[in-house]
Design a protein around this ligand. Sequence first.
Ligand code: PBG
Length: 330
Amino acid sequence: MFPSQRPRRLRSTAAMRAMVSETTLRPDQLVLPMFVKEGAGEPVGIASMPGVVQHTRDSLRKAAVDAVHAGVGGLMLFGVPTTRDAVGSGGTDPDGILNVALRDLKAELGDATVLMADLCLDEFTDHGHCGVLDADGRVDNDATLRLYADMALAQAEAGAHLVGPSGMMDGQVGVIRSALDKAGHLDTGILAYTVKYASAFFGPFREAVESQLKGDRKTYQQDPGNVREALRELRLDLDEGADLVMVKPGLPYLDVLRAVADASDVPVAVYQVSGEYAMVEAAAANGWLDRRRTIMETLTSLRRAGADVVLTYWAVEAAGWLRERDGLPR
Ligand code: PBG
């Protein structure tokens, strides 16, 4: 008996495969996360993220312009301050590095790209937590919300198109939305880090932002084994007015991404995080994986699982490969 059904027919030539390909990937669906460090000097490489740097204000401006020319859809900014305190003042201060850098990029790029900022205190606190601590050393949800509202205003005033609350405090989207609205920032959107796991895959990021964290974030980030609470977080963020929702990390949570994408009526982003980046770079550096093929396969998989937008440290390089493939001019 020979098969009468032969799926291989549709895989037989490149043209046939292209015609029936289900998943598309465009440069403008990719968002580049960028780090900017306070103070003078040169850009500093991040050892656990080869190819990624802590920018100076100057190098950030140039790299941002290059990224936009390469066709990426947006930029997500993180600040690395020189001093930190218990309440993360550098995040709410209009002259804090993140807000200054946003103003630089707004002046340079205007509306030519989508400017986003991580809205969280962990880069700015001396204890490294995403919020302020109460007398017992626990992260105080509601006291943190007040600071998030201030941080959102500072970022909106500095020119962010989207603010990205990533601290997993209950009610953060609602509080930020009402603060923005009250101040007249009706067009500043919220990209909510809706589903965020207490993940080991954020490891290299801690080096990237010089995090002071001891311990973990398990009282506010989600348990990796749970998916039900992801859907609850989604419902809450949609009710509170999120314009986009995000799942993070990416590759270990494709099932969660699919569940969120099926239930969301706003666009869904996914964050391919520092540890996902580091794993592939390390294996490729050893000659164990084909770097380009692996990167493109991960991005395709994130799109296939339901992501409309992918935050990835490979955004610029991948955008270049996509343009090469499609024969597009830069
Ligand atoms: C919080 C934040 C983190 C990341 C993005 N926003 C760290 C954390 O929550 O522990 C991680 C990004 C990455 O690993 O690439 N400011």
